[in-house]
Ligand binder design. Structure first.
Ligand code: Q46
Ligand code: ZN
Ligand code: ZN
Length: 311
């Protein structure tokens, strides 16, 4: 297999895009595509201050790498959840983020939950009503709160997260399975700022997990290979497996599922206004329900032809 751009030996073959590329041109392709998505979805500009939420995983660290490669003013935040104690998951993830920030000479805010709030998220979970077995709900809420806090305190314009296509498609799948209208309405590559919340964007939303793993590997991005210990057994992982089966049988299916959703939303599929029942009343002519003042549309239509109903 040869690189489509330069003809040398390809390092990666993407069946879904019918595209094979060498190491150099793959890294280039991912960066150029990211720039295209940033512009297409109007995520941010080169004049804005960007805060990248890094977890130590391949997606967020690769994202930071790509943004720096593209010349954006991107600094990082790592939220230390205190998972695994000394030498455990959180510490190892934090060290990888710190290494990255030093290597690229970029600022990393390290926010230690235990230091700031006196307890790790596991301890907070124990006396919270948000799930007694898994800290994920406490964790999600805490991360959102802290990211917003850092954005406000340090005057960033936007929070950038490393959610990839597999993450987005799995959320979309779950929301579709249960017809979560409000969640479907909100799911987007860009969540605009409002009500005191900062703008949040996902520049990697069109790259698959595999594509991002390949970027990290070929780009020399060092990341933590293990997942958070609380991720196992989640329904998200199960949905990702189902979507991977679809993808395996039909390359490109995952991306189509996501992109067709974005298109349907853009065309207004989920934005139909709920009919306000209070504005419905009886037509003064026929008594049938109408939202018009006075006569209903039917009666108005026939008014022009004859004087009224003969029944
Ligand atoms: S929510 Fe749950 Fe994740 Fe927090 S506790 Fe781990 S698995 S890190 S995205
Ligand atoms: Zn090449
Ligand atoms: Zn508060």
């Amino acid at each position: 297999m040869k690189c489509r751009t330069c003809g040398s030996k390809a390092s990666i073959n993407m069946r879904q895009h019918k595209l094979a590329l060498c190491q150099f041109h793959y890294l280039d392709w991912i960066s150029n595509q990211t720039e295209r998505f940033i512009k297409k979805y109007e995520m941010f500009t080169h004049f804005e201050k960007i805060l990248v939420a890094v977890s130590g995983g391949k997606d967020s660290l690769s994202l930071w790498d790509i943004l720096l490669r593209l010349g954006y003013q991107a600094e990082g935040v790592y939220i230390d959840l205190g998972i695994g104690g000394e030498g455990g998951y959180s510490e190892r993830s934090r060290d990888l983020c710190l290494n990255f920030s030093k290597k690229h000479d970029q600022k990393l805010h390290v926010f230690d939950i235990k230091k700031e709030y006196g307890e790790t998220i596991l301890q907070i979970m124990q006396h919270s009503s948000r799930g007694q077995k898994k800290p994920c709900s406490v964790c999600g809420l805490t991360k959102r709160h802290v990211m917003n806090l850092i954005v406000r305190n340090y005057d960033y314009d936007v929070i950038v997260t490393g959610h990839n296509l597999d993450d987005e498609a799995a959320v979309l799948f779950a929301n579709t399975l249960y017809w979560e209208g409000d969640f479907l309405l909100r799911q987007s590559p860009v969540l605009p700022s409002g009500n005191g919340f900062a703008r949040k964007v996902k520049p990697l939303c069109r790259f698959s997990e595999k594509e991002m793993a390949a970027y990290a590997l070929l780009g020399g991005v060092e990341y933590i290979h293990e997942e958070c210990p609380f991720a196992s057994g989640s329904s998200t992982i199960y949905y990702k497996q189902i979507l991977n089966q679809l993808e395996h049988n039909n390359p490109g299916e995952k991306l189509r599922f996501y992109l067709h959703f974005l298109k349907a939303k853009k065309n207004g599929l989920f934005s139909e206004k709920r009919l306000d029942q209070t504005s419905i009343h009886g037509c003064i002519s026929c008594g049938q329900p109408t939202s018009n003042n006075g006569k209903c549309s039917f009666c108005r239509m026939f008014d022009k032809q004859f004087k009224g109903d003969s029944f």
